[in-house]
Design a protein around this ligand. Structure first.
Ligand SMILES: Cc1cc2nc3c(=O)[nH]c(=O)nc-3n(C[C@H](O)[C@H](O)[C@H](O)COP(=O)(O)OP(=O)(O)OC[C@H]3O[C@@H](n4cnc5c(N)ncnc54)[C@H](O)[C@@H]3O)c2cc1C
Length: 425
């Protein structure tokens, strides 16, 4: 029977499909493509009015920028290199023409302090090479423990801008296994690329799923438009959404999957984009500034990237959580003030707009990407264990060494589709 979600709830009849995929981000799209290629009928239910999830090219300020994912990480094995090539989309290497300047409380950092910073950053890699984690996991904060509070804080600050989380909440074992490699960029937008990859799939927008029932012979998935029944369901919503209980499982998730969710958190990497018009303040487009005076001010700025009238500020961890909770106007005032201290007061007049995709407070992401808590490094694999033989949790959080990335989400979506393909239609 053809699936339909057009009926209001009280008229909704049981409609059927083969597989329901929840979420139209990279993982959901990959799963749906593979199921389609295997001759299975899959419907993708997406809560937002757009596809792409945390890969989102935002053009609301005029010039577009990637508000979520920007880099095709570990390009040597990332499926998006080939997907882009097939679509005729360019993916050059990253090039920041304008250089990098570091500030402390609005003033250029002294050479001695910059030297100290470089020394501290090297410590994480050095310690990862020698630490013995065979008996027990450590948090990254513990890994850096005997460095002294000052150096440890500097070393940890890099993680706020990469993992988006405080070092006491990051498992060293999990951090150690994350894949590394070359980074490429997508000048036309990584988010745009992911969206284009949705072509040809049966995707239903504005369908926030509120319940998944798996106590019958099939899986019943409820949205405001009705209930849809399927043989199997792939759930790709972020772990932040699952942890918030936005989707009720009936019966409840098995203890192993729940326990896995407890072992994962969401980082809070956050970008704040300002439209800056009329003046470049003598700054070469593509320059990066880092305000590194104190953890509560730590913020990176990409100034006029690709010669666009934009400044993209980003930060992570608890500072980003506070800014997200404070809202757009507070974020604008904070970021503009930091810029004014580094560049001069005239920047205030040149800021004409703000876009603040606060992933931490966004109900459909609840954070930037998954972070494994110390001692809980089995959580990613455990979360992906099949539920009742018919429900499969996928998404970046389940991607092992590829976790936290678009490429990892895609591989996880494909892995879930392969498991579903073994179930009879
Ligand atoms: C600021 C930032 C920077 C990043 N930088 C990079 C980077 O440079 N490179 C990189 O590879 N990765 C980066 N990432 C991470 C990357 O964006 C994610 O890992 C990846 O997009 C996750 O894909 P996914 O399919 O697992 O989840 P998502 O993209 O989140 O897709 C899940 C989908 O489920 C939908 N959904 C949520 N709740 C419901 C519901 N109840 N019912 C139905 N649908 C629902 C969501 O709307 C979403 O569309 C970044 C992320 C952020 C936030």
């Amino acid at each position: 029977m053809a699936a339909s979600l057009a009926l209001p709830m009280h008229h909704a009849q049981a409609t059927e499909t083969d597989v329901i995929v929840i979420g139209a981000g990279a993982a959901g799209l990959a799963a749906a493509h593979d199921l389609k290629a295997a001759g299975r009928k899959a419907i993708v239910l997406e809560a937002r009015s757009r596809i792409g999830g945390r890969a989102f090219t935002d053009a609301s300020l005029g010039p577009a920028y990637d508000a979520g994912a920007m880099f095709i990480h570990w390009a040597e094995r990332n499926p998006w290199v080939q997907i882009a090539r097939d679509l005729g989309i360019e993916t050059p290497g990253e090039s920041w023409g304008g250089g990098f300047r570091v500030f402390a409380d609005g003033r250029p950092m002294t050479d001695a302090d910059r030297q100290k910073r470089r020394g501290a950053f090297g410590q994480i890699d050095r310690r990862l090479e020698t630490v013995d984690l065979t008996r027990r996991d450590l948090s990254v904060k513990e890994l850096l423990g005997d460095l002294g509070p000052d150096m440890s804080q500097i070393a940890s600050s890099g993680l706020l801008l990469s993992i988006g989380e405080e070092s006491d909440r990051i498992s060293t074992r999990d951090y150690q296994r994350l894949w590394a490699g070359d980074d490429l960029v997508v000048p036309s937008g990584y988010g745009n690329l992911v969206s284009r990859h949705g072509a040809g799939l049966d995707i239903r927008l504005n369908q926030p799923v509120s319940e998944i029932r798996w106590d019958g012979l099939d899986v019943a998935v409820t949205t405001p438009s009705g209930t849809l029944h399927a043989n199997a369901c792939i759930v790709t919503v972020p772990v932040g959404v699952l942890k918030a209980g936005a989707i009720r499982f009936t019966p409840a998730l098995p203890a192993r999957n729940r326990n896995a969710l407890d072992g994962l958190g969401m980082g809070a990497l956050t970008k704040i984009a300002l439209r800056v018009e009329g003046d470049r303040f003598g700054i070469i487009p593509g320059t990066s500034f880092l305000e590194a005076g104190s953890p509560s001010r730590l913020m990176n700025f990409d100034l006029f990237p690709d010669d666009k009238d934009l400044v993209i500020a980003y930060c992570g961890g608890d500072h980003a959580r506070e800014l997200s909770a404070a809202g757009t106007e507070a974020a604008r005032a904070h970021v503009t003030e930091l810029l004014a201290q580094m560049i001069g007061p005239n920047i205030r007049k040149a800021v004409t707009g703000i876009s603040f995709p606060a992933w931490w407070t966004d109900p459909f992401s609840r954070g930037s990407y998954s972070v494994c808590l110390p001692g809980r490094e089995a959580a990613r694999e455990r979360l992906a264990e099949p539920i009742g033989g018919r429900i499969f949790i996928a998404g970046e959080a389940t991607a092992g060494g590829g976790a936290m990335t678009v490429g990892g989400a895609t591989l996880a979506g494909r892995a879930a589709a392969a498991k579903v393909a073994r179930i009879k239609a």
